[in-house]
Design a protein around this ligand. Structure first.
Ligand code: ADP
Ligand code: MG
Length: 682
């Protein structure tokens, strides 16, 4: 059964930074942590008692909020779900410089400043250390970046490589060849983040600019295997996506031109598609959600409107000069609240690695035991209990495979020594016989060494696989133990605080109800008049706010439109240049021919060409007069098989089909436009 719930939305407002304080900036944002309300009003507007714009969220964090508060209130519930086998996603959204990276990663060297990613690891391994001993876990991570609609593996060996986004009916959307690292403790994760971040900056001329234009997705997959009520082992797989989005600031503000504008345009694609996906999901009328329009939304399709528990953290700056961007962030976040997801536990999915590893381990153990000559009598029961034996101190001890027994080795070696001695002593032995014996001895020695090597390799492989699987109840926290302790302490503190707040809230609500009750009970006409005037004032205030809101929306829409128009102008100019190049190279009649046979392939999001060169072929075969005016369906080729060529008659287009069979079948002098056939030979 899937749980239906809304995407939770949190807002975090960072403190004014030093520069802002020095420049005398003032805060335009007010946060009410109790009610989750965030109000926005410039100091000037406040002075003129203009109404503030107020939005309410699931949680709101003011400038004084601590990293642990964010973790415990926002991330902890999601990570707990992931440990249960749900998918979870946490997005950090907002303008550049508002604290997205601070929220997701934080300062990893300072315990209280660690962000959600490092804290999630302390949490996950803390959970494993408390799990029952017969639960097995496999934790792995991957880290990727989307920049200019290109996917890069931040943990990959070849950083110049771009990865493809693929889809399969059984496993859904995935990134082909993305590396995944198995981690055994929270400290491994630290090394992996450092490696990924180093790779993020590779090739970036300006790191700030790069990170503000790219999306980073840190994914942790937790697989757990335990015995179900049916006595069988079941694997549950939870996937946690921690997403540091590109800066949401309007691109026209950055004053990008030329190449940079092109990049900005592309980055807008992932971010604006994210916005469009949200719009389509909350609209209620849209039947089509444009997930496929960008890499980000394709990869995170489940996170919005699908099988995932999702939180969005909208980050905002408090300073008054950020007013426009902050307002747009709050509006964006406000819309996301209405997205409905339906998450379910992923049980025994096809691509679970844990089961595969366990099978491999069993197979390796069996082979090793066979080699050792059948194994001992208790091996059967050890296999059944997952190959673990409890040591006297209660901690699980892995059954180490034995090497060839010492007696066996000694026996073979004694035989070899004996043979050698015979070689030495029997001087009178015929030369041929001596050589044969020596060869035999050498051969034996080689075989012995080979067998030993093969055995060692198997044992090594087994140990490697066994190391990847973590057994519940084993403490793997090491240096992160402190982090886990701090986390738990602050979770308890939070629990106390929330209880307190709930009580206060209740008291407040009661007071409010009493007040309203009194207001409603008019004892005289006079009082009624006063009451109605009050109500009128309130309604008047609401009207003013609504008018203001309308005006804001209009202004924002206008800005958006201008941004889009700017993009259109740039693209039109690019298009003209491309057209000029094409006109120089391809005569008009060929252009229209190519155009006629080009068709859009929605599956792969590219134009494809029906092979023009086959047209004549097909037309010739159409000898039946009844078929005369039926257009033949030419086969598809992709545009990479279209070649431009030059000859004495001027430039032209040639199409070289992929298969040699087609090439041979092409008739000469067919209905192919003049000049084309000759050039097809190139
Ligand atoms: P973004 O990733 O959104 O561009 P950063 O996370 O890089 O923003 O934050 C910009 C700067 O502000 C960094 O120096 C960061 O340390 C600081 N900062 C952000 N949020 C906070 C916060 N809540 N408390 C203290 N400093 C913060
Ligand atoms: Mg950042």
């Amino acid at each position: 059964m899937a749980d239906k719930d809304n995407v939770r939305v949190a807002v975090r407002v960072r403190p004014l930074n030093e520069t802002e304080v020095t420049n005398g900036c003032r805060s335009a944002v007010e946060v009410n942590a109790l009610s989750g309300a965030v109000s926005l009003r410039t100091p000037a507007a406040a002075a003129a008692s203009e109404p503030a714009k107020t939005f309410t969220f699931d949680v709101a964090f003011g400038p004084d909020s601590k990293q642990f508060d964010i973790y415990n209130q926002v991330a902890r519930p999601i990570v707990e779900n992931v440990l249960e086998g749900y998918n979870g996603t946490i997005f950090a959204y907002g303008q550049t410089g508002t604290g997205k990276t601070f929220t997701m990663e934080g300062v990893r060297s300072v315990a209280e400043k660690k962000g959600i990613i490092p804290n999630s690891f302390a949490h996950i391994f803390g959970h494993i250390s408390k799990a029952a001993g017969d639960t097995k876990f496999l934790v792995r991570v991957s880290y990727l970046e989307i920049y200019n609609e290109e996917v890069r593996d931040l943990l990959g060996k070849v950083q110049s490589q771009r990865l493809e986004v693929k889809e399969r009916p059984d496993v859904g959307v995935y990134v082909k060849d993305l590396s995944a690292f198995v981690v055994n403790n929270a400290d491994d994760m630290d090394k992996i983040m450092t490696l990924g971040n180093k790779n993020r900056s590779v090739g970036a001329t300006n790191m700030n600019e790069h990170s503000s234009r790219s999306h980073a997705i840190f994914t942790t997959t937790v697989e757990r295997s335990e015995r179900g009520l049916d006595g069988q082992n079941h694997v549950r797989v939870g996937k946690l996506h921690l997403v540091d989005l590109a800066g949401s600031e309007r691109q026209s503000k950055t004053g990008a031109t030329g190449q940079r504008l092109k990049e900005a345009t592309k980055i807008n694609l992932s971010l604006s598609t994210l916005g469009n996906v949200i719009s389509a999901l909350v609209d209620g009328k849209s039947t089509h959600v444009p997930y496929r329009n960008s890499k980000l939304t394709r990869l995170l399709q489940d996170s919005l409107g699908g099988n995932s528990k999702t939180v969005m953290i909208a980050n905002a700056g408090p300073a008054d000069y950020n007013y426009d961007e902050t307002l747009s962030t709050l509006r964006y976040a406000n819309r996301a609240k209405s997205i409905k997801n339906s998450a379910k536990i992923n049980e025994d999915p096809k691509d679970a690695l844990l089961r595969q590893f366990q099978k491999e381990i069993e197979e390796l153990r069996r082979r090793l035991e066979e080699e050792e000559g059948g194994g001992d009598s208790d091996s059967g029961s050890a296999e059944e209990s997952g190959g673990e034996e409890a040591a006297a101190d209660g901690s699980p001890r892995r059954r180490r495979p034995r090497r060839l027994t010492e007696e066996q080795v000694a026996e073979v070696q004694a035989q070899l020594a004996e043979d050698r001695r015979r070689l030495q002593q029997e001087k009178g032995m015929a030369e041929a016989e001596r050589r044969r014996l020596k060869q035999q001895v050498d051969q034996h020695e080689k075989e012995l060494a080979q067998a030993q090597r093969a055995h060692d390799q198997l044992a090594e492989k087994l140990a490697l696989l066994e190391k990847k699987i973590i057994v519940g109840g084993v403490n793997l926290l090491e240096r992160s133990e402190e982090q886990q302790r701090l986390l738990e302490e602050s979770a308890r503190e939070l629990e106390r605080r929330q209880q307190n707040e709930r009580q206060l809230q209740q008291a407040l609500q009661m007071k409010e109800a009493e007040r309203l009750d009194i207001e409603e009970r008019y004892s005289s006409l006079q009082e009624e008049a006063v009451g109605k005037t009050k109500k009128l004032r309130k309604v008047w205030q609401l009207l003013l706010e609504a008018k203001c809101e309308l005006e804001d929306l209009r202004a924002e829409q206008q800005r958006e439109k201008e941004g889009l128009l700017e993009n259109v102008r740039q693209l039109t100019s690019d298009l003209r240049l491309q057209q000029l190049l094409i006109d120089q190279a391809i005569p008009a009649e060929y252009q229209s021919m190519v155009e006629q046979y080009a068709s859009w392939n929605d599956e792969i999001g590219e134009w494809q060409l029906r092979c023009v060169a086959y047209t004549g072929n097909n037309m010739r075969r159409n000898t039946d007069p009844a078929d005369a005016d039926r257009q033949p369906e030419p086969p598809l080729v992709d545009l990479s098989h279209v070649y431009l060529s030059y000859s004495a008659d001027g430039p032209g287009v040639a199409i070289r089909p992929k298969s040699a069979k087609h090439r041979q079948a092409r008739p000469r002098g067919s209905a192919v436009p003049p000049g084309t056939a000759a050039r097809q030979r190139m």
